[in-house]
Design a protein around this ligand. Structure first.
Ligand SMILES: Nc1ncnc2c1ncn2[C@@H]1O[C@H](COP(=O)(O)OP(=O)(O)OP(=O)(O)O)[C@@H](O)[C@H]1O
Ligand SMILES: [Mg+2]
Length: 242
């Protein structure tokens, strides 16, 4: 049942790759303006959840309501058009294209005028998109590419931003930059669903958290109510509720 004010309601979501049941009967809700973190060990089903929300992973059950609309059976393009944006794990930029071209591809629905306006509005927050605009994306560092990927996702002003492990594989100082960007987005009231391995950092920035273990929801609650001990138990699949 969708709660009033929820921008996204997920009920009974299951994702299966053949006989691999990656997500089982997941219920989850995100309200407008919230920063929600989705945690879990390797293979817990975090990426499958994000990908399933935008129709990129095979859903074997469940219902998704986004911004008051049932998106369960919609194709990915329509889901994206309705205001969801995913920054996938590993960033997935077109490395032979320039930074600017990568941004343009992320905003295919915008006119040239709209695109120029939106990218300029993002340049202060993501200076790299101005400074390296005409360089090949593949020549940028991992952290710079992550910034381009996040900027690309923001161009169409999504109602909900899905971030899949934005700090993965980055040097500690660059991880700080990425978390500062997430904090700034939060201040700007962007609604965020963040997947992170860096649980401590993610919990310190989030309002609420969900923890998956082997595709099942193990723990959920206010981010501040989750500590190292409850988290460790949840990662091991010992059910508990905060
Ligand atoms: N395309 C696929 N085909 C088959 N199995 C898959 C596929 N993608 C993921 N899986 C399996 O589904 C399960 C969940 O994977 P998923 O990538 O969603 O986990 P994750 O929590 O994002 O893990 P990680 O922290 O490593 O990114 C794992 O057992 C994984 O091996
Ligand atoms: Mg993943």
């Amino acid at each position: 049942m969708a709660t009033q004010g929820a921008i996204l309601s997920i009920a009974g979501l299951s994702v299966s790759y053949g006989t691999v049941h990656a997500v089982r009967q997941l219920d989850m809700e995100i309200s407008e303006g919230e920063t929600v973190v989705l945690l879990g060990a390797n293979g817990a089903g975090k990426s499958s959840t994000l990908n399933a929300i935008v129709g990129l992973a095979p859903r074997s059950g469940g219902r998704l309501v986004f911004a008051g609309e049932d998106i369960t059976r919609k194709p990915t393009e329509a889901i994206i058009r309705s205001g969801l944006a995913l920054v996938p794990e590993g960033r997935r930029l077109f490395s032979n294209m320039t930074v600017r071209e990568n941004l343009r591809l992320g905003a295919a629905a915008l006119s040239t005028v709209e695109f120029d306006r939106e990218r300029q509005a993002l340049e202060d927050m993501f200076p790299i998109t101005r400074r390296r605009a005409h360089e090949q994306a593949g020549l940028l560092s991992g952290g710079e590419q992550q910034q381009v990927a996040i900027a690309r996702a923001l161009l169409a002003r999504p109602k909900l931003l899905l971030l899949d492990e934005p700090s993965l594989g980055l040097a500690p100082i660059i991880v700080n930059t990425i978390f500062e960007i997430i904090a700034e987005l939060k201040r700007r009231k962007v609604t965020i669903l963040l997947v992170e391995q860096n649980a401590e950092r993610a919990l310190s920035i989030a309002d609420r958290a969900y923890v998956l273990a082997q595709g099942r929801l193990e723990l959920s609650g206010a981010a501040g109510s989750i500590n190292a001990t409850t988290l460790e138990k949840a990662y091991l699949g010992e059910r508990e509720h905060a």
